[in-house]
Write a protein that binds this ligand. Structure first.
Ligand code: UDP
Length: 478
């Protein structure tokens, strides 16, 4: 045994009353009935959630907020982050790619990898099982945790596995990944997927679909005035300083003032854009499936086709060493920087690469919020996408989006209605012309953005997601 063990991240309780004004009087009554029922079903039980990172990526974004509301509802929701080795995270990243139908680094997923995977999870299970009691509900997230299911089920916990990734099409990689995970998954009573098309044959008899959501009251999504957004970005070093710009203090929805620290720990290439420059923005982990290189290439096609166009590109992602379960980040970022260096000087000046500080998650969230709100166009040029919370976040902020027509993005973006879809993610000119339309046609941009906000409000916010959780408890028949 290597003594690896999960660590607990503490979660505060958030009152559900913030949602009252969002769902209307009748909606609130129905929601409260559900919540009451869930609280009764969970009395005396703990709702454990286990994933593989406390920071970076969609799961770490969603979990603490959802669990805070679950605690606010009177459910004992707790969050554990498992501990892995570099080898383990290399294998699970390989699995992550395979579930998207992509070969990743092409390394094997054979008996040796199985042994590493099982050993790390066996270690973690020891500590986990000291905490979990019979009758508790354990929600395991993503391939990193699937192998914990048998041990949890053996002590009498009710085990659910949730997969946040997936692919609409099956190929040999997808099959290989599901074969790797099948043994662990056999012990899960219910398997949750973001889209029906992601359900593998192994889980067809126990699958339900729950789509992700954003918390509109989080620092990431709360309202900011254009002035505050600009001052946060200027202070963080992402925009050139305006003379006399106010200090970037902003007041959180819960009334607490928050400060964004000096831009020193932002790693940025290129001279920051001026505050009045229209920006095309993508915010993503440094992952080849987010296609940061393709975003640069697509922007280059646009800039070459329209020499007079006033627009610059910002590609932002987390500081690379901060995301524990993503060993690929550094090499992806290096490739992006290399491509940037190869551009002619005039183009390089219009492309900005930024690594955002991750030490203080609230500060990071404020910067991402400001960047998304300040953007003229938000893009998500993913080659594969489980769901794409960055798209939801931008749509909530009434930004017009250009996103690839892949995976979960298809559940969010209705082409020409609340955003623009790029049907062939490899086609740079299709991407470039969609971005150009939104930069040049303000009426279109405004119409799509307004509709985008409404669509997120009805389908991808807390009350819907928490209602789905309550339905899950019904289904478990506790
Ligand atoms: N994100 C962030 N800082 C970054 C990059 C990403 O906070 O520098 C957040 C982003 O705002 C979103 C999440 O990470 O909430 C990414 O979720 P998504 O579903 O888009 O993709 P994933 O990373 O899960 O594949």
């Amino acid at each position: 045994s290597r003594g690896l063990k999960p660590s607990e991240v503490s979660v505060h309780a958030e009152p559900l009353t913030v949602f009252a004004s969002m769902v209307g009087e009748k909606g609130w009554r129905v929601f409260m009935e559900r919540v009451e029922r869930a609280r009764a079903l969970m009395a005396g039980r703990t709702f454990w959630n286990v994933n593989s990172t406390a920071r970076g990526g969609g799961v770490a974004e969603m979990l603490p907020r959802l669990l805070a509301y679950a605690r606010g509802a009177g459910v004992d929701a707790r969050w554990l982050v498992l501990e892995g080795t570099p080898d383990f995270f290399r294998i699970t990243k390989r699995l992550h790619h395979a579930l998207h139908g992509s070969p990743g680094d092409g390394s094997p997923l054979g008996p040796e990898e199985r042994a590493v995977y099982d050993e790390v999870l066996r270690d973690n299970a020891e500590e986990l099982l000291a905490l979990v009691r019979p009758g508790d509900v354990v929600l395991l997230h993503d391939p990193q945790t699937a192998g914990l299911a048998p041990a949890c089920a053996a002590v009498g916990a009710r085990v659910v596995w949730r997969c946040h990734v997936g692919s609409d099409t099956r190929n040999a990689e997808v099959t290989r990944a599901w074969e790797f995970l099948a043994q662990g998954l056999a012990a899960a009573e219910v398997a949750i997927f973001s889209r029906a098309t992601y359900v593998p044959p192994q889980c067809a008899d126990r699958a339900i679909v729950i789509r992700p959501s954003i918390d509109v009251f989080s620092v990431k999504n709360q309202p900011l005035t254009p002035e505050v957004s600009r001052s946060i970005l200027a202070h963080a070093g992402l925009l050139r300083n305006e003379p006399g710009a106010p200090e970037p203090f902003f007041t959180r929805v819960d009334g607490l003032p928050t400060r964004v620290s000096r831009g020193a720990d932002i790693v940025r290439l290129g001279c920051a854009p001026t505050p009045d420059m229209p920006l095309v923005v993508q915010v993503s982990r440094w992952d080849p499936l987010k296609d940061p290189a393709g975003v640069q290439r697509g922007f280059a096609v646009l800039a070459r086709a329209m020499p007079g166009l006033r627009a610059e590109l910002v590609l932002a992602g987390p500081a690379v060493r901060s995301v524990a379960d993503d060993p690929e980040a550094a090499s992806t970022l290096n490739a992006v920087i290399e491509l940037w260096r190869q551009q002619p000087h005039w183009l390089r000046q219009r492309i900005h690469l930024a690594c955002l500080p991750m030490r203080d998650l609230e500060e990071n969230a404020a910067i991402v919020n400001a960047l998304q709100r300040h953007a003229t166009v938000v893009v998500q040029k993913s080659l594969q996408e489980g769901f794409g919370l960055t798209v939801t976040e931008a749509m909530w902020k009434s930004r017009p989006v250009v996103a690839s027509a892949v995976g979960g993005i298809l559940d969010q973006v209705v082409d020409e209605v609340n955003g623009l879809l790029v049907h062939d993610p490899e086609d740079m000119s299709e991407f470039a012309s969609a971005v150009r339309r939104l930069l040049c046609d303000h009426v279109l941009a405004e119409r799509l953005g307004t509709r985008a906000h409404q669509d997120v409000l009805t389908a991808f916010t807390g009350p819907r997601h928490l209602t789905d959780f309550a339905r899950l408890l019904d289904r478990l028949d506790l």
